[in-house]
Design a protein around this ligand. Structure first.
Ligand SMILES: [Zn+2]
Length: 163
């Protein structure tokens, strides 16, 4: 049994963005509200190594975002949206329904989306039929689009005000 580290005060703020507020805003997106199975609570953990990963737990009704060194804001937010969409696509684990809702949520929230979803191919097709592969490829594309948007917008807070 893995023991959760209790987040320290202020740890919900990442690069000046309040992740709790972002999470609340994601729960209000039309596509999320339409299909929401249960309202999850957010946990943010800070781990070792690099990058960012997430976990949606249907039993505990939690979304956990683990932030590590060198994680970018775009990656952290995209991971969080991905996990929120798991609660708006119950038992549709990384299938086309899940991917379509993730893409729609990204469009509703940030005005970005992966065009021609049906043409997105797994980057690791030869490694086997892991059905998460295409979803992860969409994650990567959305993160790139979001990074570009941040770059143009200079800061995410500015982007959210103008949205
Ligand atoms: Zn997932």
């Amino acid at each position: 049994m893995k023991r959760e580290r209790k987040p320290e005060a202020g740890s919900f703020i990442f690069q000046g963005v309040d992740l709790r507020r972002e999470f609340e805003n994601m729960l209000k997106l039309p596509v999320v509200r339409t299909y929401l199975w249960e309202t999850p609570t957010l946990k943010v953990r800070h781990g070792k190594y690099t990058g960012c990963s997430g976990m949606a737990n249907y039993t505990k009704k939690t979304v956990t975002v683990t932030i590590r060194g060198q994680a970018t804001l775009a990656r952290v937010l995209e991971v969080m949206l991905h996990e929120v969409v798991h609660f708006a696509a119950f038992k549709q684990h990384h299938n086309d329904v899940f991917i379509a809702r993730l893409n729609r949520a990204a469009h509703e929230h940030w005005g970005i989306r992966v065009e021609r979803l049906s043409e997105v191919k797994s980057a690791h097709r030869t490694l086997g039929a892991h059905r998460g592969r295409k979803a992860y490829q969409v994650d990567r594309l959305l993160t790139e689009l979001l990074s570009g948007k941040f770059f143009r917008a200079a800061s995410y807070k500015w982007l959210m005000r103008s949205a």
